[in-house]
Design a protein around this ligand. Structure first.
Ligand SMILES: NC(=O)C1=CN([C@@H]2O[C@H](COP(=O)(O)OP(=O)(O)OC[C@H]3O[C@@H](n4cnc5c(N)ncnc54)[C@H](O)[C@@H]3O)[C@@H](O)[C@H]2O)C=CC1
Ligand SMILES: O=C(CO)COP(=O)(O)O
Ligand SMILES: [Zn+2]
Length: 348
């Protein structure tokens, strides 16, 4: 008997372009939602674009968060319940979007993703990434019902947020290699389609490197398209595997040991240089990853991340403990091997 089945959840409307934030209420009308909206944001995005949302939704209640945590999710759930909200609007970077994604799952309602930074590929994905104590949960949640990505707004965001988005996409190269390895060694389920989409997304972004420059709205356009495509790969896979391998474990561990030092995308980019070295050796493709990051202006060294060498080595040797996800790190790399990899690749 044929017993395979799958359920791919994707957004219904994806609006991308100059000034589309002003079409947010029209995009919401198209979804035939009932009840009032509730805004989930964080301080800078609220200051930058909160009023443009409020202007379209009279009297909308809101919560502004400063971090992604299960506590923040509870805060949103309580406040949205109290306000009698019918759906959520997430405005900001990856953190408010992840919190709103999980809260909407708890509230059994939909949410709309309104990124203010092209900094991460959770804009569209059906995963919510939330740290808790010594671990990091990649929680299954529904993807947004709609995405409204205003390239004018995204292009005005600090440039390093866009280079973080580029690096989050470039890390797909090693994430897919880790996924294939886990499939071969541990029989982890692998989707050829999701793996190919994720890898092609990284290849297309690198192919457009010449058009990714500060001050060009086209850069925000190219990077956002890649972030959407990578999020779709995660939705097809039903896991973050196509976009999150050992380089993400390394970054999640840095978030624990050295919180708030560097952006998620920048950390995974540097992680990807070293994990590519583990995959293919000193003459392998780690130089391609480093060069792609550097062409786009993303960090390639510990110094550029603002993180000391010892912390890089600690994160690399303990990254495998973050969660039960088999990668090239296996059961852990020794301190000597970590120092050698970080030194040869010029990270430290
Ligand atoms: N669920 C998923 O599939 C994914 C989740 N993530 C998660 O997303 C988070 C990383 O996303 P980030 O956007 O880097 O974090 P973030 O939401 O903390 O944003 C980074 C900083 O940029 C600021 N910011 C945002 N838009 C701005 C603008 N237009 N102008 C000025 N400042 C602005 C924010 O206030 C914040 O200080 C991590 O927690 C990561 O785990 C990342 C990728 C995928
Ligand atoms: O950051 C992500 C993909 O870019 C999400 O991955 P995690 O599941 O590791 O949080
Ligand atoms: Zn990521």
């Amino acid at each position: 008997m044929f017993d395979k089945s799958t359920w791919i959840k994707l957004p219904r409307n994806v609006l991308q372009g100059h000034g589309v934030l002003d079409d947010l209420s029209a995009a919401v009308d198209e979804l035939y939602l009932s009840g009032d909206p509730f805004l989930v944001t964080s301080p800078s995005p609220d200051r930058i674009a909160g009023d443009r949302v409020r202007d379209q939704f009279d009297g909308i209640s809101s919560v502004s968060l400063d971090r992604a945590s299960f506590e923040s999710v509870e805060r949103v759930v309580d406040a949205a319940r109290e306000a009698g909200a019918g759906y959520l609007i997430a405005l900001g970077g990856g953190k408010p979007i992840d919190v709103a994604k999980m809260a909407s799952d708890r509230l059994d309602c939909g949410f709309i993703s309104v990124p203010t930074a092209a900094s991460h590929d959770g804009i569209v994905s059906g995963r919510s990434s939330i740290p808790e104590g010594d671990t990091r949960h990649s929680v299954a949640a529904d993807p947004p019902l709609a995405v409204v990505a205003d390239t004018e707004l995204l292009a005005e965001a600090p440039w390093e947020l866009t280079t973080a988005g580029c690096a989050d996409i470039i890390s797909n190269y090693t994430a897919v290699k880790d996924w294939e390895l886990a499939h071969r060694l541990k029989n982890v389920e692998y989707s050829e389609y999701a793996g190919a989409l994720s890898q092609m997304t990284a290849e297309m972004l690198v192919g457009s490197a010449d058009s990714i420059k500060p001050g060009l709205e086209e850069s925000a356009w190219i990077v956002t398209k890649a972030l959407v495509s990578s999020g779709v790969a995660m939705s097809i896979a039903g896991s973050s595997r196509p976009a999150s391998g050992a380089e993400h474990l390394f970054s999640h561990q840095l978030d624990r040991i050295a919180p708030g030092r560097a952006l998620h995308g920048h950390q995974v980019g540097v992680g990807s240089i070293m994990t590519e070295y583990f995959h293919s050796g000193a003459r392998g493709e780690w130089t391609d990853i480093r060069d792609a990051l550097s062409t786009m202006g993303a960090p390639t060294t510990a110094d550029e991340l603002g993180i000391d060498d010892g912390t890089i080595i600690e994160a690399l040797t303990t990254a495998h403990e973050i969660r039960d996800r088999y990668t090239i790190l296996g059961n852990g790399v020794s301190e000597e091997a970590a120092i050698e990899a970080a030194t040869i690749t010029g990270v430290i």
